[in-house]
Ligand binder design. Structure first.
Ligand SMILES: [Zn+2]
Length: 128
């Protein structure tokens, strides 16, 4: 038995296939234009130290140390965390954003590939 969703798949026409292929071409162009990338996320921290009388423990207006920036990521099953120097923070933010975009583009490309394959299979099964 075919479900309604199956029938909709079978009705993917030549125009839709062309649109899907165009979308894939756009994804490929955007992938080529991605700059430097790095997995992970950046967190910002402030600290309180152990020094008696330090400004970070001022009872009225404590000024904590920092901010300190950390990059945390897992790659090939191994997790790492490292501090970033202030001048490394912005470039790393861009790399992390590029990596995120890479994953989005890849996921969309793969999804479209699966969809295309399924549409082609349905067409063959339909005996056209
Ligand atoms: Zn302190």
């Amino acid at each position: 038995m075919l479900t309604i969703a199956d029938r909709q798949y079978m009705s993917i026409g030549i125009m839709d296939l062309t649109q899907v292929q165009r979308r894939i071409a756009r994804l490929q162009r955007e992938l080529l234009e991605l700059g430097p990338l790095h997995p992970g996320s950046i967190t910002e921290q402030v600290n309180v130290c152990g020094q008696p009388g330090c400004r970070c423990k001022d009872p009225k207006k404590p000024q904590k140390h920092g901010p300190y920036y950390q990059l945390s990521f897992t790659w090939q099953g191994k997790g790492s965390t490292r501090f970033l120097r202030p001048e490394q923070v912005e470039p790393m933010r861009r790399k992390v954003a590029n990596y995120k975009r890479l994953r989005e583009l890849m996921n969309e490309w793969v999804s479209l590939g699966v969809e295309l394959e399924r549409a082609e299979r349905e067409k063959r099964a339909g005996g056209d």
